[in-house]
Write a protein that binds this ligand. Structure first.
Ligand SMILES: [Zn+2]
Ligand SMILES: [Zn+2]
Length: 759
């Protein structure tokens, strides 16, 4: 018998091995096995096919060394999805395997013999009571120590030793906490033969809520009920439905009712959210309804926790009905999905940039759902133009919620001219007098505010006023951002850091000035000019751990702070009822990005962050957007909350210039240590592509940031008609690649990859 395996190597193929007889009887598709590779390597991979005959190819077929599983670790449907991802995103299936499996389960390379990597259960000390025939005898042993009596009494109580035939075991930490005791005291009890301590496997996942903490579903409002009914109706003719509901319209309640329905039919639900940022508040809400039938899968879990979630989902008896997860949750071993909800489907963070597979979580979710025969609900207040377009075309169903729930009105948005304020010399740091006055007023009334600036750090650039010198990363083609907390200039692309120079390295001028405002500097400035403000800052610098993020949310909720300053993190799904004012500090910087999606993205960010204001009845929210050009049409679409007008304008532009959703893009990247070699290869490559694709090939061109970590970057863009067959396009591209590699040795000296549907 022979097995084909996926191995963790960046080659677009599987590998065949012979299965010795003892293994052949046990082997199944989806199991892990270790195999020899090359002269001295041992890899472990996943079996994807079994066959009786020797596979074609005439290679020497070697033996599988060991089968590592009793039951498959990967389900057949997952393997199908891996194949689809490798094919569509043009990467090696080994790379998909690496991304999919938690590292505790991940086959690892070993140079000498087999390195077995496997899931280790978490162990914890427990205490078991040993009862003497007479309880009095036991207390007799303890009569000289009150603390030992106390501990023993607690153990009696917690283990229900007097009520039950067999006493319960009690977790050691729980016992010590309940009795206010220490391990020393416990050791004395053990010595006297009254109890024993032993290790037992425990779950790493959150403990389930007690029954009395569970809550029934909220009843839907009339408006939500109509939307719910329309979605069910839409699912009859459409596999995918887009729910376009303004911020605070109660989309989550509708999701929960749909989930409940699907779970009732015995099928599973995957709810996807873009980032951990959204999960805290949402997670608590879902947990109260779905309790221990729900698992949460996010990027800040430890590797053992990930593996435990995987193992739990593999057990069909575990009764997990709902997974709340970020994009990588599409890789989990679902039994039978009935519904996939993609919340905030417009978020760019669903797209993985690096490393391969460079997949889009929402788009893969559509394929995953299709394999399970499940329905997909895409939800957003500001849908991506791709999804909106498909809904307009009738390919997706469309359901809209145009009002906020419970009669809460949409926040009123006003534009504030920074150009005017500058002319009147009224700017106070990054603040116009209007924003400052409104903010002061709101805070004095006891309200809270959110300030949004899409730049972290203290100042985006520094400048020598006499010679124009400014600090740049030696490894990347970018200016360094100043971080005051560490007194360093930092590269946001590679992490390079360098201290503040005593004087300008170019001309010796000691007075280097800082230009622009990041979140850190805004926080600093606000503290100086508005003493009533007690700001906290939320960006990737301050929320490195899940704990710090949760603490920040809790502090803001408890009014320990009254101004939340942050990057795009604050635009996402946060729900604070006391936020009355939202300030956008610089709308121009959002709109002026060199990207065909810049305006769509700017609208989404401003609309989403505005949606954080006035989420309570009787308190109208106010939003001030600072900008230079108050006549910009996009800003007026934001002011009117007019998503549809924005979509119409932007789609017309996309059609005119041939951008998605009217075309499909594939970026070809070539990165190398030497600028001219990289450029030369990219030019040859583009010329080869033009022979097949003609004017659909753009470039090569160095992207906006043309060098990162000392690698020069060249990009070739392929723009295909939407109707073109993706399979055919990939075949052509693969043929071009093979010919280039065969004709040019230098291709082996550069990094080459595709980014399909780049963001
Ligand atoms: Zn200088
Ligand atoms: Zn750098």
């Amino acid at each position: 018998m022979f097995a084909s395996l996926i191995l963790p190597v960046p080659l677009a193929r599987t590998f065949s091995y012979r299965l010795p007889d003892d293994m052949a009887a046990r082997a199944c598709v989806g199991m892990r096995a270790s195999v020899p590779f090359g002269k001295s390597h041992t890899y472990t991979g996943i079996i994807v096919a079994l066959a009786d005959a020797i596979p074609e190819g005439g290679f020497e077929v070697r033996d599988v060394l060991e089968l590592l599983d009793e039951v498959p670790t990967v389900r057949p449907m997952q393997l199908e999805l891996w194949r689809w991802i490798a094919d569509y995103y043009m990467c090696a299936i080994g790379d998909v395997m690496k991304a999919a499996l938690p590292s505790e389960l991940k086959p690892e390379e070993g140079k000498q013999g087999i390195v077995r990597v496997d899931f280790r259960p978490k162990m914890k000390p427990f205490v078991r009571i040993i009862l003497k025939d007479e309880l009095a005898d036991a207390f007799d042993l303890l009569k000289r120590s009150q603390r030992q009596q106390m501990l023993f009494t607690t153990l009696l109580d917690r283990s229900h030793a007097l009520q039950q035939e067999v006493a319960d075991v009690v977790a050691q930490d729980e016992l010590l906490r309940a009795s206010g005791s220490t391990t020393d005291v416990l050791r004395e009890l053990v010595k006297k033969g009254l109890c024993e301590v032993f290790e037992q496997e425990v779950s790493r996942l959150d403990a389930p809520l007690a029954d009395d903490q569970l809550q029934p579903l909220n009843e839907l409002s009339e408006m939500q009920r109509v939307a719910y009914r329309d979605i069910c109706q839409s699912f009859r003719d459409h596999a995918v439905t887009l729910l376009h509901g303004v911020t605070s319209s109660g989309k989550t309640e509708i999701y929960m009712h749909l989930m409940h329905e699907v779970i009732g039919q015995g099928r599973q639900v995957l709810m996807m959210v873009p980032e951990i940022a959204l999960t805290t508040q949402l997670c608590q809400r879902l947990r109260r309804v779905f309790g221990s039938r729900m698992l949460v899968y996010h990027s800040k879990l430890s590797e053992p926790e990930r593996a435990e979630i995987w193992k739990t989902l593999l057990r069909d008896d575990a009764r997990i009905d709902l997974v709340l997860g970020v994009r990588s949750a599409i890789f989990l071993p679902f039994r039978q999905l009935g519904l996939v909800v993609v919340d905030e489907e417009h978020e760019p963070s669903y797209k993985q940039q690096d490393p391969a597979p460079r997949y889009h979580g929402r788009d893969v979710a559509l394929v995953l759902a299709n394999k399970h025969g499940a329905k997909v609900l895409l939800g957003s207040a500001t849908p991506s133009l791709e999804s909106w377009y498909l809904a307009q075309q009738g390919k997706y169903g469309l359901v809209q919620l145009k009002e906020r729930h419970a009669g809460i009105s949409m926040p009123s948005i006003q534009l504030v001219s920074m150009a005017d304020a500058r002319k009147q010399k009224g700017m106070n740091g990054p603040f116009t007098p209007r924003l400052l006055a409104t903010l002061g007023h709101a805070l004095r009334d006891g309200h809270q505010a959110i300030l949004f600036q899409n730049r972290r750090g203290y100042a985006p650039t520094a400048l020598c006023p006499s010679c124009g010198w400014s600090p740049h990363c030696p490894r990347c083609d970018v200016a360094l951002t100043y971080h005051k907390s560490t007194r360093n200039f930092v590269c946001h692309y590679c992490g390079y850091q360098t201290p503040w120079p005593q004087q300008c390295p170019s001309c010796g001028n000691p007075n280097i000035s800082l230009e622009g405002y990041g979140t850190e500097r805004i926080e600093d400035t606000l503290k100086q000019i508005l003493p009533i403000a007690r700001p906290i800052r939320m960006d990737t610098d301050t929320t490195a751990s899940r704990k710090s993020y949760e603490r920040m949310l809790a502090d803001f909720e408890a009014h320990k702070s009254n101004v939340l300053i942050g990057t795009q993190m604050v635009s996402k799904g946060l729900d604070f009822s006391e936020v009355q004012l939202v300030g956008v500090l610089n709308a121009d910087s959002l709109m002026n990005m060199p990207d065909f999606r810049a305006h769509e993205r700017a609208f989404q960010l401003m609309e989403q962050v505005s949606g954080r204001a006035g989420r309570r009845i009787g308190q109208e929210g106010e939003v001030l957007i600072q900008c230079s050009d108050t006549h910009h049409p996009l800003l007026h679409q934001v002011v009117r909350h007019d998503y549809e007008a924005m979509a119409e304008t932007q789609l017309a532009d996309r059609r005119r210039y041939g951008f998605p959703p009217y075309t499909r893009l594939i970026s070809v990247y070539i990165k190398g240590r030497y600028e001219d070699r990289t450029r030369r290869l990219a030019e040859q490559y583009a010329a080869a592509m033009r022979q097949s694709f003609g004017v659909r090939v753009l470039g090569p061109e160095a992207p906006g940031i043309s060098r990162v970590k000392n690698f020069y970057i060249q990009q070739i863009l392929l723009k295909m008609e939407r109707e073109a067959s993706p399979t055919l396009v990939r075949q052509y591209l693969n043929r071009i690649h093979d010919a280039m590699v065969a004709a040019n040795d230098e291709m082996m000296k550069v990094v080459f990859y595709y980014d399909v549907d780049p963001m």
